[in-house]
Design a protein. Structure first.
Length: 268
């Protein structure tokens, strides 16, 4: 019994993904091996530069503390990113339908990205307390602008012929947006989504630095104060893995929403 074509295409895509990941995997292994060798040969103290093996061992021994501090960071990341996504989508629609609002709001949004997070984070914590809300707001502040710009650029990429055809058929402004402008923005939207999700975890950790009871940011801060760089780097590894998982999730969602793009890539 021969396998179905969808199964064959999925296996081919998996093999292609593994093949593309080999160079990065080799580079990472070489870097870690060189790091381990340098620490062993130089005799540098673990309190200054721990070896990768020590980071893994200490991370495993302190896994319960790491896991318990990961959940608050993940909650702030997802909550802030959801707020960012909703706000960017609503603002992009408003700015696309009302050009005056685009001219009025876009400079303000650009200016908001010039605010140093190290200065604004303590103020947000002061205004909203040490709970989850200030972390969500700070993550949203960090991540919404790439989404907004990607959506606006996606709307502008709409094929003029399609828009004019719908307009000649007396389609409403909303119908043109739904049938032409919104689908055209999907590739740009997912590009912005991948950029924003890489900032989200970092934003949540930095927000915890400004004031929190638990989280990876607090764990890193306590480990630094106790002169434990191995635990600091173990928490950094956890945050990196968390970011990679969220990045991979965005790719999966894109393939579900835009299966035709994956088929086109396979043909190339």
């Amino acid at each position: 019994m021969t396998p179905s074509k969808p199964s064959e295409s999925r296996l081919a895509a998996l093999r292609a993904a593994l093949y593309r990941g080999i160079p990065a995997l080799l580079a990472g292994c070489i870097f870690l091996a060189a790091w381990e060798l340098y620490v062993d040969l130089s005799g540098i103290k673990p309190s200054i530069l721990p070896a990768p093996s020590r980071i893994v061992i200490q991370g495993w021994l302190n896994r319960e503390a790491l896991i318990s501090n990961t959940w608050p960071t993940l909650g702030a990341t997802l909550g802030g990113f959801a707020l960012s996504l909703a706000f960017a989508f609503a603002a992009s629609i408003l700015m696309d339908f009302v050009p005056f609002m685009r001219r009025a709001l876009l400079p303000i949004f650009i200016a908001s990205q010039t605010l140093p997070l190290v200065a604004i984070a303590p103020l947000v914590v002061l205004w909203f307390g040490f709970g989850l809300l200030p972390k969500i707001l700070l993550v949203a502040l960090v991540t919404f602008f790439p989404l907004l710009v990607a959506l606006l650029q996606g709307y502008e990429s709409t094929d003029r012929d399609i828009a004019e055809l719908l307009n000649s058929m007396k389609a409403s402004r909303w119908r043109i947006f739904r049938l032409a402008r919104l689908p055209s923005s999907l590739p740009y939207f997912f590009a912005g989504l991948r950029i924003s999700i890489t900032y989200a975890v970092v934003g949540a950790i930095f927000a915890e630095y400004a004031g929190a009871a638990r989280g990876l940011g607090i764990y890193i801060l306590n480990a630094k104060n106790n002169f434990r760089p191995d635990l600091v780097l173990a928490a950094v590894v956890v945050s990196a893995v968390l970011t990679l998982c969220l990045f991979g999730l965005t790719l999966m969602i894109q393939r579900l929403v835009m299966p035709w793009q994956q088929s086109g890539e396979q043909r190339r």
